[in-house]
Design a protein around this ligand. Structure first.
Ligand code: ADP
Length: 157
């Protein structure tokens, strides 16, 4: 059983995230999409809302489970029998940061980090840009799923 994790803030989940989770689900037996609970970083959405949105967006993927975690990702991996962390690279600017975290996580626990290149269709896309566009009433319908679009509308109403 090869179980991996796609960790992130998912504030909110975008079509870029869904692309990565879906592609990962085709490569591994089980994928845990794990929402980081960061007490120092207050997101737009609560963890419960982020988890709910992710569940809605991945409902058609049988081998994807949604969870939340706080503390160290390597501890979450150990506790859940997860052998690898999947992260995505959108551009070279992602690389420096991701390399450092990946090497630190390996040093801490021996857990591997595997990188997947972003779909070029979504490489410009980030949750922060989606929030900014939605805040000013812009059209995000091609960037997120309809349920997420509705929740953004409710938030900024
Ligand atoms: P974090 O704060 O941990 O970077 P994010 O929710 O921003 O959390 O991202 C979670 C993961 O999803 C990361 O590996 C990130 O590179 C990836 N990701 C984010 N946006 C996209 C996108 N548009 N296309 C592909 N992968 C993405």
């Amino acid at each position: 059983m090869r179980r991996v994790v796609c960790p992130g803030s998912f504030d909110p989940v975008t079509n870029g995230h869904i692309d990565i989770i879906g592609r990962t689900a085709r490569q591994y037996d089980e994928v845990v999409a794990a929402v980081l609970t960061n007490v120092h970083k207050k997101g737009l959405f609560t963890v419960e809302e982020k988890v709910a949105m992710l569940r809605e967006c991945t409902a058609d993927l049988d081998n994807v489970r949604v969870a939340q975690f706080n503390g160290l990702l390597v501890d979450f991996c150990r506790e859940n029998g997860i052998s690898a962390i999947i992260r995505s690279l959108r551009s070279v600017s992602d690389f420096d940061y991701e390399l450092q975290i990946a090497q630190m996580n390996y040093r801490l626990s021996g857990v591997e980090t595997l990188f997947m290149t972003a779909n070029p269709q979504y490489s410009f896309l980030s949750s922060s840009l989606v929030r900014e566009i939605a805040q000013y009433g812009g059209d995000v319908s091609s960037l997120v799923t309809p349920n997420v679009e509705q929740r953004l509308r409710d938030k900024y109403a």
